[in-house]
Each structure stands twice: as C-alpha cells, then as structure tokens.
Design a protein around this ligand. Sequence first.
Ligand code: NFS
Length: 671
Amino acid sequence: MARKKRSLEEFSADPAAQEMLVRAEEMGVSTAFHRADALAPCNIGAAGMCCSNCGMGPCRLTKDGLTGVCGATIDTIQARNLVRAIAVGSAAHSDHGRDMAFTLKAVANGEAEGYVIRDVPKLRTLAARYGIPIEGRSPEEIANDLADLYIAQFGQQDGQVVPIIRAPEKRQKLWKKLGVIPRGIDREVVEALHRTHIGDDQDAEHLLHHAIRTALSDGWGGSMIATDVSDILFGTPAPLLGRANLGVLREDMVNVIVHGHEPTLSEMIVAASQDPEIIEYARAAGAKGVNLAGICCTANEILMRQGVPAAGNFLHQELVILTGAVEAMVVDVQCIMQALVGLAQNFHTLIITTSPKVKIKDAVHIEFDEHQALTIAKEILRRAIDNFKNRGEVHIPAAQSELIPGFSHEYINYMLGGSYRASFRPLNDAIMAGRIRGVAAIVGCNNPRSTQDYLHSYVTQELLKQDVLIVETGCGAIATAKLGLMLGEAGLDQVGPGLREICETVGIPPVLHMGSCVDNSRILTVLTQMVEEGGLGDDIDQIPAVGLAPEWMSEKALSIGAYCVASGVYVIFGGSSPVSGMPDRVSDSDLVSRYISEGWEKLYGGKLEFIPDPEEMVRKTLEHIDKKRAALGLPEYDPSRFGRSGDARILELEKLPLPERREALYGVPVR
Ligand code: NFS
C-alpha cells in the first residue's frame, strides 16, 4: 500500500531544507526524505523479531510460541540483533580510533607529511596518566609511546583497556565485579559476532551482558582514543565563532564539502585550501578561492577546531548537492549515502571517495594516505577547482546561523575556574543550589522517518526552559546550531531563570557544542570530573543527568547508548525501538525491552528506553533529574528563587524611574 506523502514541514523543520526539497521535487529527483515515504519499513524487522543469522531463515516470529527453525526464541533473536548492532557501532568508532593512533605513530616518527603535534600539554598529561615517562623527553618520543600503547589496545587479549582507569573508581569496581571491563577492543567485537552466530549464546541476558562489554570498548576505548589523538594532533577545541546551514556556501568560490568522520584528511584539506598556490589556482579558474564546509561529524571536527562552517547534518548531505554549487564532495567513512553518486549526476558535483575502506560505485576514488596527506589534499582541491567551469544553475538558500562551538572538557574546566584553579566546582555548586536543575546530553543523528531536526529542537528548547544545561554532539549539535541556540545571548531569552544567570555569569551559551560522536567520550570525562569534584555523589549514576538521542538511526548511536547506560546514565532514544516486539501479536516479546531498562538499571544505575513521544521524553528526563536531586538530598527545583541577579536584574532596574531604581539598589528610600 502506498504511504501518504508528507508535506515539506513534515519532512524537515529547517526552512533551508524545505527550500531544497522544493527544488528536488521540481527537478523530479529523489532524496532520503522521499525514499522514506516510498519505502515502508518492515514492521517485523523493525521490532527485532526477524532472525537472518543463518541460511535456514530468515525466521519471522510473528505469533505467540513461534521459534526460529533452530528453536531460537523471540528473546534470543532480539538480544542477538541488538548485540550485533552494538558491535557494528563499536567497530566503526573504534576503527576510527585505531586509524588516529596509527597517524599519531607516523607523526611521531616524522613519516606523516604536513602533520604536527599541536597539543603537547594534552599529550604529556595523558601519557603521564598511563605511566609513560615524560620528563626530559621530546613530544615525538612521548607520542611514539602513547601511539604504541593505544595501538596495543585493539589487539590486546587480556587484562583491561587502559582508558578504563579514567572512569570514577567506584564505577571501575562495579564493572570489575560484573565482569564487563573490555579486555581488548577487537576481542569484544569479535566475541559479539561469535556469540551471535547460529547455535551459540542463546540466553538473552547473557548476550546483553556482552553488549555492555562491547559498548564499553567503544566509549572507554576506541572513541576515547579517537578524541585524545585528534586533540593531540589537531588541537584541543576552545570556543570560536562558527556558522551553520546551507547558506555558508558561496556563489563566487569553489565549494568543497567534506563529509564523513575522520579529521585526518579534512584537517589537511583545510590547510591545503589556505595554501597560496591553491588560492591562485582557484583565481585562475575564475573563483575567489576555495570555500570549505562540512557535513556530519567531519563538519563537527573542523568546526570545533578551525571554525570551518558546517553546511549541515546527516539529512543535509543530499540537499547540499541540490544547490548546484558544490564542485566536489569529499567523503571518508560512515554515514555517507550511496544515493549521493546518482544525485550528483544531475549536477556537475564530483563525489570523491578517499578511504581504502570505502568505495562507492561510480564515484571518483582518490585514496588518502597520511604519509602524503598534503599532496593528496591539494590534488583533490585541484580536481574541484577544475570542475568550477562546469557549474550550472545555482540555488543557495540564504539560511545560516552563527554559533560558538569548541567546548572540550578541558575548556569547560578552564572557563569555570580560570587558569590557576580550573575546576568543575562552580558547575557542581550551581546544580547543588538548583540554579541548574540538571544536565542533559542531546546527541545523535537525523532520521528521515521523523521530521528532520524537530525532535532535537523540541527537546532542547523544552529542557532549557526548565533550567537544564545541555551539552550536544554529532548531528544533534548541528540541528541546534542551525536554530541559533549555540550563540551566547541569542538563546538566553528562551532559557530558565537559574540557567540564564549561570550563562550570563560564565559567558557561555545554554547549549554547549562538544564535538563529533566519538567526542561523546568528552561527556564521560565531564561526568567523571563532576563526580571527582564532590557534592554530587561518588559515581556517575548519582548525577542528575540524562542522555537523549531523539532522532537516532545508526548502529553507532546504539553503542553510545549502551556505554552511557553502563556508565550509569539514563538514556532515552526517540523514534522506534529495535527490540519493541509486537505486543498485539506476540505477548511475551518484551523481555529484552524490560531488561535493558529495569534490568540494566539494577546493575548499572543507568537504563535504556525508547520513547517516541517528545513530550514524554521531556517529562521523563525531568522526572529522572528530580529523582536524582532528591536522592542526593539537594533542594527541590524551584525556578522562582532565581533569575533576579545578573543581566536580568539590571534590565529590570533600568525600567524603573530613578528614585525607585535607587531604592531597589540601596534598600532605603532615596529622595
Ligand atoms: Ni553520529 Fe556522526 Fe550524524 Fe548519526 Fe552519522 S554523522 S557519528 S551516526 S548521522 S550523529
């Protein structure tokens, strides 16, 4: 049965996206939005009730009492599917971390053209934490040892992956007691695949136990390594001014979009685009220069560090091509739609794949090698510049918003306490006093099955009104950036009174952009530092904090969700649950859903729930935050106590006639 076609407003909450979707329809080309309408998801697979792990199936368990041909129950099948998805997500993030570690090794040995070690203090701090000698040694010597240590984490067979020591002590002890500390990153992913082969692990709870271990090898393993090394090589982010949305494209310049995830290539393309030789080459082609912009997490990586604008999030990847203004889209790994190649054939845009791991049929492949990074980056840019003359009609939406990204945990620490007493004390104090009710991390993808950016925006705006400080990463962060909520005062009229006071005093936006999806590891570090600062309990599960992925779609998001749960966080996903079952047809299909919520909460203090309704997401977030506040013995949240200091107070006073203003200021009538 054909599904109802959605309106432009139902496709996306972003007017720039709506504008490009009109163009797509006028041209008669399809996008993910249209394909999602045309292709109904399989309700049996979507509910986690289909097993295709062997050649006897696929077995679809749609009636009470049915099992697979091998006898696998609905619980086993749902748990196996979830473990596999988490393993894939963990593999993707971690393989990214592995490549970063190899790049660090190459840089340390002078074998990587164009790269340098930018953050020596971070290198030294991390190395010292792992017991690598730092005194009297060059950054390269230290980096070589750290790279070796990190590379070893992937193939390690026993013991524990080293970043685990950066979790709160109590949490480490809990993980040890429960037997979920990852031994080696690759080992956990391989074991997840082994256990889910036909005829292996067939006890749902036992399978899900390994899901946690596999996810932890991502969050406190591969992702943390990826973030660490990116900071060491490209600089630890600090606030700067950026821009987001399709309006960042330039009609008078060669537009090159970098899309994917790893900063190794994109950072070098940024460097090459500023090279006088390349600028001259672009001028000779009739353009004013090369304009770079990012999509997905590559956007976040170079936005956070270099201020390179973000053209958009996941669902903008096709829309940016529809502008007709993109000479080349350079992609590496993850979240890259195959549809880009066919779509680009309607324009002059070159799709250039660069990773030895990712080719797309009919795309141009220029393989990236960090040993000759700058040379390859320049070659890619020359191809883009040569293509400028082929540009046809251009349609660039005007929409763009400014934002202040760059909130690494190091910077948050510094901004709260200053250089000499960097500390999380003011943040903890603000939560304890109730000025900040709690913290929410809103992360993850866009999903064309829901309205692009709507769920992110709704949840973000509603929680801000309730004095919840928000940190964001990934495509969710770009959604909020497009909305203008990541720019100091710009969003402050929309936030609660206590949070507003904090933002004005510290000088921060109410939503902090913390980077790409591997940078969710920064959020783990922030939570740990909040625990170590004192006053909010002695483990992450006691902090009034919630994680949300309102528009999730990728397996990486499931891995992030699971490692956050294991770290003690209540995690809410929007959209549909991959383990929902079909309660109207199979009455006992909710064991896995209950286990990852109530079962995991008993073990880890965190739980994973899928809640499609945004109002319910907000309600449950606040309920959880208030429950944690009460458990800590903190005062009940009461917004009426705040909001009468700082800028708000001054603005209020300015409205009064002078005598009353004086009286309000000095407390006595002044004539
Ligand atoms: Ni995260 Fe980043 Fe975006 Fe989702 Fe894809 S880009 S790694 S998976 S879609 S947030």
